[in-house]
Write a protein that binds this ligand. Sequence first.
Ligand SMILES: [Cu+2]
Length: 246
Amino acid sequence: MIRAAQGARLERRLVNRLDVPSSVHWHGIRIDNAMDGVAGLTQVPVPPGGSFDYAFDLPDAGTYWYHAHTNSMEQVARGLSGALIVDEPSPPDVDRDEILMLDDWLIDPETGRLADDFANPMMRSHAGRMGNLAGVNGRWDFALEAKQNERLRLRLINAANARIFVLRLEGLAGWTVALDGMPLEAPEPVTAEIVLAPAQRVDLIVDVTAGQGAPAGLLMQAGQDSWEALAELRVTGRAAARANGW
Ligand SMILES: [Cu+2]
């Protein structure tokens, strides 16, 4: 995770220790083209052993991410991505600010490892592949501790390259406050499913309504009418109730 204040200048050196070329795209950031990281278009790919210095200003606050942009279909699926959070000067009043990178992985059931076949024509033609295991922040069993009545900001980032996540809140009252790094003019109560396509982000403010031990968190649609836990909130204890909605 890279985190910086709005208006700050970000300077990062990509050192390529892979045995293939790579580059970094800063997704959603207003940026000089030369720093945009799209190999073959805005820069020469960084060869194995080479490096590239990225330097740019961060004009807007919000939830962004960065990822490899050379053979992205394979490199992003192998995990070359991270959250890029630009903090506003006066952030909303919440108990905690949590980043949830949603992803899926295609696991070979024989080996239990990431399936190595990135040459599959169907996946290549779609520039992405559907995984058979979904998770958050690199874990399939992601969970957070929370108290009833706590107010959290959840920054969801879809880092999967093919999966459209359809999400529901459980044991939470939520408001959407930003989409793709852009704050909404007014928060919108979450009353239906949240649909997040690859690379999209949504910032939610959620109040934990579930009592101790009751189910809470994010559910993902797993089939026509089946939902499974994607991120669990383990509710223990209770904070003072907040008087206001968001
Ligand atoms: Cu991108």
